[in-house]
Design a protein around this ligand. Structure first.
Ligand SMILES: [Zn+2]
Length: 157
């Protein structure tokens, strides 16, 4: 199954294997603490799409609490570098994901502040960033546009 999200000028696809990982959280994760990681993927200019191909998942040193996931650079950055090299430098950092113990996930004020901060830090890198929250029943995808958080629409197939 392909998971697609619509935005004004492009399409975001979540690869099968990544979608399966998120589905596995929905099906079997206890949500006692939050999990998360980074989103990695490729740009496909010919189809005007951005494809999330890989994610990282929590490492031991990350801080996981009931209402927070705070990741360290170590581990996630190494996996990113590895994917970048293995893909002939095509795979790139596309954003962050984490879980919420909510059926329909909604970003907290802290999430919104973090996402805006991350997007500002990334501004030199003209690339679009995405922020995913995996809830207990649904997945939500957001972007930061002009310092505002905007939820993307899922395409009905
Ligand atoms: Zn959150």
């Amino acid at each position: 199954m392909e998971y697609e999200v619509r935005a004004e000028s492009f399409r975001l696809e979540i690869n099968e294997n990544v979608y399966q990982r998120f589905s596995a959280y929905i099906e079997s994760y206890n949500y006692n603490v939050e999990s998360g990681g980074i989103l990695v993927g490729i740009l496909d200019p010919s189809h005007n799409s951005i494809i999330i191909t890989d994610i990282t998942e929590p490492f031991d040193r990350d801080r996981q609490t009931r209402y927070g996931f705070h990741r360290m650079e170590k581990g996630h950055q190494e996996k990113m570098d590895q994917l970048w090299e293995q893909s002939d430098f095509k795979k790139t950092y596309l954003g962050e994901w984490h879980t919420h113990k909510q059926k329909r996930p909604c970003p907290s004020n802290i999430d919104i502040k973090n996402w805006i901060k991350i997007s500002k830090k990334n501004i030199h890198n003209s690339q679009r960033l995405f922020f995913i929250i995996v809830g207990t029943e649904e997945i939500g995808v957001w972007m930061v546009v002009h310092d505002m958080v905007k939820k993307l629409e899922v395409v009905e197939n």
